[in-house]
Ligand binder design. Sequence first.
Ligand code: CP
Ligand code: NVA
Length: 306
Amino acid sequence: MRHLITLDDVSREEIHRIFALTEDIKTKFLAGVREPLFPGRVMAMLFEKQSLRTRVSFQAGMAHMGGTSMMLGDDVGFGKRERIDDFTKVLCQFVDVIVMRCKQHETVEQVAQHATCSVINGLTDVAHPCQALADLYTIEEHVHSLEDAKLTWVGDANNVARSLAVACGKLGVHFAIASPQGYEFSPAFLESLRAQCPDMQLTITADPHEAVTDASAVYTDVWASMGQEKEQAQRKKDFADYQVNEKLMASAPQGALFMHCLPARRGEEVTDAVLDSPNSIVVEQAGNRMHAQKGILAWLLGTQRS
Ligand code: CP
Ligand code: NVA
């Protein structure tokens, strides 16, 4: 049974396969064709944190493709009423795929371990693989070739940054990251990244101006992720020099794209001038979440059939 828990689970070839499925489904969708690829298929969704993009794009996507989805709320008692292995084995009797957003990464891993249907990570504190796949697909729509592209992350080396780094490593994109001291990738993550992507071009610096040099796209995210609200004030101080503003974008090549997974805290990690600039592709990125997740579903449900 295949799952998508982190991008360690997919090879470069599989990512290209997902992108090809995405391209086909998106092109048809934009031409008004909603192919019913999943009639009678059911997707369960379990979200322990808030979500607009991930939740709605998965549900809308499943509906477009002739399947159905259900948001499981507190009433199913996940993690409270019975053991997670019992819960998972029973849920898999009813549904074809489970999408989860969890506070603890281990919870998604535990569900995947016991699931007899595919499990998709819709964000944990460790990874956000659906976001990174949609983002790399979006970059590919804009650049001549992914192998000539450079993605620069400015800010916290968080869940989204980790998934983007792995996606870039697997797809031959130069990944640069500028983070303040104390907020960098852990040595364990870097070891795993280098083991998976030994030829990857990786730039790690504390200087955001150096990092954005030659960038095809500059990407940032909130300074305090969901679950880190208590650290907000301290992080605001620690990240003060890492705001993506017009001055920083002036150090990037003219025409460099601006990206953000959203939701944004305008005036903190990014200014209005950058977020609303003609080079900002944040809304398009969000739109591609749905197309890419249809590609992911087509790939995963396809592997189930074979
Ligand atoms: N980018 C993203 O995952 O957004 P949501 O938290 O709204 O799902
Ligand atoms: N890093 C952010 C991403 C939200 C989509 C968070 O985890 O809250």
